[in-house]
Design a protein around this ligand. Structure first.
Ligand code: F6P
Length: 330
């Protein structure tokens, strides 16, 4: 057997996202193919602090690709959040001879990785979050599956809302970002979308629109409310009291994070997982993997943090044109 090129480790951190398993599998198998020993770290950064890691074989990642969640488990580590925790983790990586640590997670996990890199650990990040709220990349693992899950749920909600001639407020995840809400707004043909990036807090205007929609003959309405706005039960009550239209609130919650990943999530996660290993092979240090103009690429972690993004204005305009507010025929 040929000599190992070195040790790399992989962990998942923060909220799980469908497709994380596909990314782990790609890291393990590409790592082995390129001559590395690949260690799976359990329970995020806690797993480094507690030395919960084991050497992975090609077969250890069999039958994982099609499942949501993360078989390495995930956690938000309080100890790692402290400076002393990061220092300890860096010391353990050094002691174990880990040449590079691949972190699959969202913004918070990448902040942890960036800070860890200051103690000499080579960190490579793969964006895994259903929220799509990482600026340097057009794609984050799990978004596609989560949007499809929410879309199917909202289609179902529309049927019961229609039957009862109700107004339905449906809250989708996204933390402080409105990408899932915007996409569902377009995909479900919602009558209104309320996004943290765009909402002007004018609830009177929103309620007036719901009233007008009803007057114009609309028997039921779907209002998609982003998690970053929240208070969906209160909003439903307010709408019902102000308009007399029976209104119900549904919070889709964590069910949006589960389920078998879509083909897009499986493929993009696999490509980014492999690319993360190849970035190490090329000698890359402290890089984040992402998609730009439809292609996989890598970017310096500090530079990635300086990039900002927000909701696409044109997509938002499209959502508004296609909703009930703009019936240009009248
Ligand atoms: O970041 C993913 C996400 O699902 C957010 O949309 C949500 O705000 C958060 O995680 C929920 O976190 P937890 O699983 O800790 O409740």
């Amino acid at each position: 057997m040929s000599e190992s090129k070195g040790k790399i480790a992989v962990l998942t951190s923060g909220g799980d996202a469908p497709g994380m398993n596909a990314a782990i599998r790609a890291v393990v198998r590409t790592g082995i193919a390129r001559g590395y020993e690949v260690y799976g770290v359990r329970r995020g950064y806690n797993g480094i602090l507690n030395k919960e890691l084991s050497l992975m074989t090609f077969h250890d990642v069999s039958e994982k690709l099609q499942h949501g969640g993360t078989f390495l488990f995930t956690a938000r580590s309080a100890e790692f959040g402290e400076e002393a925790g990061k220092q300890k983790a860096a010391g353990i990586c050094k002691e174990l001879g880990i040449e590079a640590l691949i972190v699959i997670g969202g913004d918070g996990s990448f902040t942890g990785a960036k800070n860890l890199s200051k103690y000499g650990v080579n960190v490579i990040g793969i964006p895994g979050t259903i929220d799509l709220d990482i600026a340097y990349t057009e794609y984050t693992i799990g978004f596609d599956t989560a949007v499809n899950t929410a879309m199917e749920a909202i289609d179902r909600l529309r049927e019961t809302s229609n039957s009862h001639e109700r107004c339905s407020v449906v809250e989708v995840m996204g933390r402080s970002a409105g990408y899932i809400a915007l996409w569902c707004g377009i995909a479900n043909g919602a009558e209104q979308i309320i996004l943290p990036e765009k909402f002007d807090n004018n609830y009177d205007k929103l309620i007036e629109q719901i009233r007008n929609n009803r007057k114009s003959g609309m028997t039921h309405q779907i209002i998609i409310n982003a998690e970053g706005i929240g208070h969906s039960y209160g909003l439903a009550k307010r709408i019902e009291e102000a308009t007399g239209i029976e209104t119900r609130a549904t919070i889709l919650g964590h069910l949006q994070r589960g389920g078998s990943p879509t083909a897009r999530d499986r493929v993009c996660a696999s490509v980014m997982g492999a690319y993360a290993v190849d970035t190490i092979v090329k000698g890359g240090r402290n890089r984040l993997i992402g998609y730009k103009n439809g292609h996989v690429y890598d970017i310096d972690i500090e530079e990635a943090f300086s990039i900002q993004k927000s909701i696409d204005d044109y997509e938002y305009e499209v959502a508004q044109i296609l909703d009930a507010r703009c019936d240009y025929s009248k």
